[in-house]
Design a protein around this ligand. Structure first.
Ligand SMILES: Nc1ncnc2c1ncn2[C@@H]1O[C@H](COP(=O)(O)OP(=O)(O)O)[C@@H](O)[C@H]1O
Ligand SMILES: [Mg+2]
Length: 255
């Protein structure tokens, strides 16, 4: 069984950065190969990990729909076609692979394709000891297109009081969407002067989070973002990397 880590939060708070750094910390612990799933069409986990996803799962679904519309080659089922196409869309890198979900479907019925895709993706994910999912704010992929059960749910926010409200809302959303998790961690990103927002510990207790974690606003990380460089180049001594190292050690154990 793979260990699934899902990251959620509204746009711009640092989800993709955290997802990328978690992949980096897992790799550093020799926990690879890791499957990184870019499930946020608005930001690019591939770029943050220094690779390029040419084909997305959304694109695969569309292609499969078109091919199926023209009649499938004999001896091939729609499921096999989707399996082949997903395999084609997988980006293979050093100690991690990446698959990008792409944009959600337009109008029309995609239920069948989505069901098959979910199965194909689950089979793919099962081949990796660790899977890191970078989600969009609505957690749509978690509820509909991917998995609804994860080992670790990491909710990320900014260090404002409104950011804390966002965490409460996201937690409620996860409940509503019946997203299940074994462990919950709240991350407040881009904290200055090491001050966590007032009420964070209480909120953590209220939501049943096992950890509340502040990540410093870090120049080195900001520069990587500005330059579009991979977070895999961030040294292990960086303060944000160190905090996430501790989180990974807590979540998946030493060794
Ligand atoms: N702790 C941090 N310190 C400095 N810059 C950060 C930090 N976390 C994220 N950033 C920067 O903030 C920007 C948005 O981060 P990103 O991970 O893309 O957010 P999201 O995925 O939530 O939209 C990026 O340019 C990233 O480099
Ligand atoms: Mg993102």
């Amino acid at each position: 069984m793979s260990y699934l880590i899902a990251i959620g939060g509204k746009g711009g708070v640092g989800k993709t950065t955290v997802a990328g750094l978690l992949v980096a910390r897992l790799i550093a612990r020799d926990r690879g190969p890791v499957l990184a799933v870019d499930a946020d069409p608005n930001t690019c986990l591939d770029a943050v990990l220094g690779v390029k996803a040419q084909v997305t799962v959304g694109g695969v679904r569309e292609q499969a729909r078109q091919i199926a519309g023209q009649g499938l080659p004999t001896g091939i089922s729609k499921q096999q076609l989707l399996e082949l196409k997903i395999a084609e869309s997988l980006v293979e890198a050093d100690r991690f692979d990446l698959v990008a979900m792409g944009r959600p479907e337009g109008p029309g019925c995609y239920c069948y394709a989505n069901n098959v895709l979910r199965e194909v993706l689950a089979q793919l994910a099962a081949q990796y000891p660790y899977v890191v999912l970078d989600n969009e704010a609505g957690l749509e992929n978690l509820s509909r297109r991917l998995v609804n059960t994860v080992d670790l749910l990491v909710l990320v926010t900014d260090p404002s009081q409104r950011g804390l409200e966002t965490l409460r809302r996201l937690h409620a959303l996860a409940r509503e969407m019946d997203i299940r998790y074994s462990h919950l961690v709240l991350v407040v990103n881009r904290v200055r002067r090491d001050e966590l927002p007032r009420g964070l510990a209480e909120l953590g207790a209220e939501l049943g989070a096992e950890q509340v974690l502040g990540l410093p606003d870090d120049d080195e990380l900001a520069r990587l973002g500005e330059e579009g460089a991979s977070v895999l180049t961030l040294p292990a001594t960086n303060p944000v990397a160190q905090r996430l190292e501790a989180l990974v050690a807590w979540a998946v154990g030493g060794g």
